[in-house]
Design a protein around this ligand. Structure first.
Ligand code: F6R
Length: 264
């Protein structure tokens, strides 16, 4: 795992967008794992910008989102399908048939989850998975005690997640669905590369547990420590409680692979 500290939220999101763009340029038929949430909005703004200004090409790119609420139709403004259309898919030249989210309105949810795993497998697996971390340390909707080898399945959301996500629901906490379909921790760990973005002071405590604490299913983001190619990009506010801050800064300033991203 590598932790990269950026001075501002903006710079952290821009770095994530640049890393995605670099992979997409190197492999136009990239299989990209995507996340929703407030943290990602800026990343998608930057990617849309790069498409417009630099012709960043999504025409061959295939995407798989981490999760979707159970019971919400794709055209529901609170669904993650709607979020993705709004923040990214409608703003770039992606072929909508190449964009995938689990269908939370499916009649047979277990079959839908198996089908989702098969689709990922048939595409050759995820090349690059984008992640955020929830207030309770989740990745996807892998809430505390999710098995670290879990696959795509239905999960009940914790009160902390319902509270966190209620900001995006007009009806408040009562309007947030109680269940979701989510890639498992095992599904996420199968991706070839993982890019995690964590910003804001309110994530500082959970970030230090995820990155520097013990690996535990109580904080499913801690399973990322097992991944051989995982980068965690953070802003100064989120980094505040990391004990290894000085070393992480040194890495960004000195390792040759980061050279093209310094001073930009
Ligand atoms: C979203 C997802 C979640 C979020 C996490 C952070 O698809 O899988 O794990 O990444 O809850 O959400 P924000 O960015 O809203 O704090």
């Amino acid at each position: 795992m590598e932790v990269i500290i950026q001075p501002t939220t903006d710079k952290a999101a821009l770095l994530v967008a640049r890393l995605i763009a670099r992979r997409l340029r190197a492999k136009p038929a990239l299989v990209l794992g995507l996340a929703t949430g407030r943290t990602m909005e800026q990343v998608y703004d930057y990617l849309a910008d790069m498409h417009r200004r630099e012709n960043l090409d999504f025409s061959l790119c295939r995407t798989f989102n981490l999760d979707e609420y159970v019971g919400l139709a794709p055209n529901d403004p609170h669904s993650y399908r709607y979020y993705m259309d709004k923040h990214l898919f409608s703003r770039v030249n992606i072929d909508k048939r190449n964009t995938h989210l689990p269908n939370g309105a499916a009649r047979d949810l277990a079959a839908e989850c198996r089908h989702y795993e098969d689709l990922i497998h048939d595409c050759g697996g995820i090349d690059l998975q984008l992640l955020g971390i929830g207030a309770d340390g989740h990745i996807g909707f892998n809430e505390p005690l999710s098995a670290l080898r879990s696959r795509t399945r239905e999960k009940a959301l914790t009160p902390a997640t319902i509270r966190q996500n209620s900001a995006l629901f007009r009806g408040g906490e009562g309007a947030v669905p109680r269940r979701a379909l989510t890639m498992g921790v095992g599904t996420i760990l199968d991706a070839s590369h993982v890019l995690t973005l964590v910003t804001g002071a309110e994530k500082a405590a959970i970030l230090s547990k995820a990155v520097e604490g013990p690996i535990t299913s109580m904080v499913t983001a801690s399973a990322l420590q097992l991944h051989p190619d995982c980068r965690v990009i953070v802003d100064e506010a989120a980094a505040k409680r990391l004990r290894g801050r000085a070393y992480y800064r040194w890495i960004f300033q000195n390792e040759p692979e980061w050279q093209e991203f310094r001073n930009r």
